[in-house]
Design a protein around this ligand. Structure first.
Ligand code: FAD
Ligand code: SF4
Length: 329
């Protein structure tokens, strides 16, 4: 059985207190919310922080709010279950409800938070292993080593973003609100992610995510999310595809966004797919062309389960399925 390394847990009562504690303990400290990703990674000695700053005791960050002007605001501590089961989210942001509901298991969704989910560590078959396994191989660049085992000449780590909600939030145009030593700031979620498997987030070590805001949908906005994984009962995505389209009153597509995940260290927008959809009534030919565009952009590497050719083929298949979902809504 893998055991946790020793650490000191300090409960923060407010976001400001969490930021102050992280600043006080510097590189020895990490924030923890539900712990469903971090504790598993600590057991594998991927992280060995001396101090964990607990965010869960913060009283006022578990909310889910909606109004027609500002849209949806999710407190960083809103649980995945509360998001998946929320009537407003299910009605107005069905892709987000589907993504949250697809994450791991009911127990982990009860503990896991949206803030932790958008910060979930990037994953790779050569990294998400226990210490003995990694030591026997000679480690890799992301932890304790100096080369990438997936692409030995790569100057950067290629571990994949494995959050289910990230591509969906990106397709909806969400913004991430952070609190840190320099105060509060908000950034579009596509700028929150960086295509580098080690430094994958535009947040400093002392920053915490406090909330996520998602614009209000238009009258005819439709959205869907599909996820490829080895075991449908619970598993990280080895491909995620999110689509959000906006139609006019006559049913013509005015705007669209298709985002792939688990094919790079950040969610990948496919503007060419949007181009194929805008101006159409989501006819089969348009959906096929958009799926082809996704196929061109999605370039899986040898760092998650299943072979590269299979995952590459599935990009077109899942893009087409998600667009069929949207067209049928
Ligand atoms: C068996 C198993 C299956 C899983 N399957 C999936 C899956 O299918 N899809 C998926 O997306 N995830 C999956 N996960 C990962 C995890 O359960 C979820 O991503 C969950 O939402 C993480 O949230 P958390 O609150 O538990 O994060 P934590 O574990 O607390 O934290 C995760 C990371 O985010 C940081 N962090 C946490 N909160 C904040 C914050 N507010 N601000 C800044 N940094 C923060 C932590 O320091 C840590 O680095 C799985 C995990 C397990 C163990
Ligand atoms: S992509 Fe390369 S550096 Fe990154 S975790 Fe995998 S093997 Fe390590």
């Amino acid at each position: 059985m893998l055991r946790l390394p020793p650490f000191t847990y300090i409960a923060a009562r407010t976001a400001d207190e969490a930021v102050a504690l992280l600043a006080e303990h510097g590189p020895d400290a990490l924030p923890v919310s539900g712990g469903t990703d971090l504790y598993a990674n600590m057991k594998q000695r991927l992280f060995t922080p001396k101090v964990l700053v607990g965010l869960r005791p913060i009283a006022n960050l578990g909310f889910i709010r909606y109004n027609d002007v500002s849209g949806l605001t999710l407190g960083a501590l809103a649980s995945l279950t509360s998001i998946a089961e929320n009537d407003v989210v299910r009605g107005r942001y069905p892709a987000l409800a589907a993504a949250a509901a697809s994450i791991s298991t009911p127990q982990l969704r009860n503990m896991g938070t949206i803030g932790g989910n958008i910060c979930v560590d990037t994953r790779c078959n050569y990294y998400n292993q226990n210490l003995d396994w990694r030591k026997a191989l000679g480690y890799c660049m992301k932890k304790d080593g100096d080369i990438c085992r997936v692409a030995t000449s790569s100057p950067k780590c290629l571990a994949v973003n494995s959050s289910d909600t990230a591509p969906v939030l990106q397709a909806y145009g969400a913004r991430v609100h952070l609190s840190g030593p320099a105060g509060e700031r908000e950034i579009p979620i596509e700028d929150f992610y960086i295509n580098d498997g080690i430094s994958a987030w535009a947040k400093g070590p002392g920053d915490i995510v406090t909330r996520i805001s998602v614009p209000a949908p238009h009258a005819h906005t439709r959205s869907a999310y599909r996820k490829l994984r080895l075991r449908n009962s619970f598993d990280f995505p080895i491909l995620g595809v999110a689509a959000v389209v906006e139609l006019d009153d006559a049913g013509v597509c005015k705007d669209a966004r298709l985002v792939l995940n688990a094919v790079a260290s950040k969610p990948v927008d496919v503007p060419a797919a949007a181009h194929c959809l805008i101006g159409t009534r989501l006819e089969s030919e348009a959906l096929e062309a958009a799926a082809d565009a996704a196929f061109v952009v999605g370039k899986p590497l040898d760092n998650t389960s299943a072979t590269i050719p299979y995952r590459k083929r599935m990009v077109r298949v899942f893009a087409r399925r998600v667009l069929d979902d949207v067209a049928a809504r």
